[in-house]
Design a protein around this ligand. Structure first.
Ligand code: ATP
Ligand code: MG
Length: 416
């Protein structure tokens, strides 16, 4: 037990961590190119932030949060990234600075869900947010960054689905229509959804229970009940995406699992992932700040699951370049040689070279065997002869070419 990680969590072992470094660096790079700045928020927040922000009729808040009491305060491990960023924006009055504010993040998230392929309890998300504008160009920019990133990662089998889920105005009307439709099926609904029927019937559309999924078949669609403003915004988004040459499909079935969304909702769906096929999901949330007690600040953003991204890349056969081996391995025999090896290793490492040596005190044969596993470009040997001559012997592993090099010339010979 003590040596098993909790269900739904995963170690990233040294053999695969290079894949994480690769996607993290690429995400970092593209966000900077698009003019986003990194934001880091704490791993836990006041529970109330998510209850209000994500919405207390959502699955996340009702079933999935890791929450505990400490010193009479209720705290929760972050299940998602947007509410904390909005909290920070309001707390530090970042909305008073130049508009729009553009942030990105790379965070662990926690949700008590049923673990399966692509669904963990501790998982990771890349996310970006644009604040301060309700112009659809911002939505298009968010979508465009996600698309460019997925392209750069080499993922081809992914489709963009877009929808509009309206605003509080048209949604009130829509809720009435939806409730009328669901009224005769009320008894069929699960207990959670019976409660949602009065409080937030739209959430029923997103319920995972089979009975509820059956009950909502043929339900009226939000997209057919948009107000003029939302309709215009959705048309504009499509024009902007067309101008950017980004292909999409209108998918009236997208609801999203968080209450804060307004107007734009979108998902990138992978053909390689089976049931958990949403690699990236996002949308607009024009009233989240006010919901949290802040000033009105429109916003739009996405969350992209890193585990799902890596799974998609693996399923697509995309090879992530392995990191290079050491520049040189330094082997030695004898006490004097050991001192020289230690000081040369330190010196070359401080100069920025990747140097390996054997700290186990093995004989020459053992050291060479270890060196083989590290695939160093050069092997450097220091023994009594070399010490006497003030040189080391340097072997280039690929060509097998060997030569003697003065101590102070080693960097020139093995450096890149
Ligand atoms: P899903 O419908 O797949 O549960 P979601 O709507 O709950 O996704 P969001 O809250 O929008 O997802 O999170 C954004 C992204 O984070 C998802 O598209 C997915 O890639 C990833 N994600 C969400 N939940 C998990 C999880 N439990 N394990 C791994 N990745 C996840
Ligand atoms: Mg979910």
């Amino acid at each position: 037990m003590l040596t098993n990680a909790p269900k739904g969590t995963k170690d990233v072992l040294p053999q695969e961590v290079y894949k994480w470094h690769y996607v993290e660096k690429a995400f970092d790079d593209i966000c900077k190119r698009y003019g986003f700045n990194e934001m880091r928020t704490p791993v836990f927040e006041h529970t109330e932030l998510f209850k209000r922000g994500v919405g207390d009729t959502t699955d996340i808040v009702q079933k999935e949060m890791y929450t505990w009491e400490q010193a009479k305060r209720s705290l929760t491990l972050r299940p998602e990234g947007t509410a904390p960023v909005v909290r920070s924006l309001v707390e530090h009055k970042l909305y008073a600075e130049v508009q729009p504010q553009k942030y990105y993040y790379n965070i662990p998230c926690f949700r008590y869900e049923k673990p399966q392929s692509g669904r963990l309890r501790a998982f990771h998300q890349f996310g970006i947010e644009i604040f301060g504008t309700d112009n659809m160009m911002a939505d298009a920019e968010i979508i465009s960054l996600a698309k460019d990133f997925l392209d750069e990662m080499g993922i081809e089998d992914v489709k963009l689905h877009i929808n509009s889920i309206g605003c509080p105005n048209c949604r009130e009307e829509y809720k009435k229509v939806l409730k009328e439709f669901l009224a005769p099926k009320y008894d069929q609904l699960c207990d959670t959804c019976k409660d949602r029927y009065e409080r937030n019937p739209i959430r029923i559309l997103d319920c995972k229970s089979p009975e509820d999924q059956e009950a909502v078949k043929g339900a009226p669609r939000m997209i057919d009940h948009l107000c003029q403003e939302c309709k215009d915004a959705f048309d504009e988004l499509q024009e902007d995406l067309d101008a950017l040459g980004i292909e999409y499909e209108i998918d009236p079935g997208i609801v999203r699992g968080l209450d804060y969304y307004t107007k734009t909702a979108f998902e990138f769906i992978s053909g390689k992932l089976g049931a958990q096929n949403t690699v990236c999901g996002g949308g607009r949330y024009d009233h989240l700040s006010e919901t949290l007690g802040g000033p009105p600040i429109p916003g739009v953003g996405f969350g992209l699951g890193i585990e799902r991204l890596l799974l998609t890349m693996e399923e697509s056969g995309i090879e992530i370049p392995k990191p290079e081996g050491a520049d040189a391995f330094i082997a030695f025999v004898g006490d004097e040689a050991k001192k020289k090896a230690l000081s040369l290793t330190g010196e070359l490492r401080r100069k920025g070279l990747k140097i390996a040596m054997d700290p186990m005190g093995r004989n020459m044969k053992g050291q060479f065997k270890y060196a083989d596993r590290l695939s160093a470009r050069y092997t450097i040997v220091i023994g009594d002869d070399e010490i006497a001559k003030g040189v080391v012997s340097v072997k280039e592993m690929e060509s097998g070419e060997q030569k003697e090099v003065a101590f102070d010339q080693v960097e020139t010979v093995i450096g890149r």
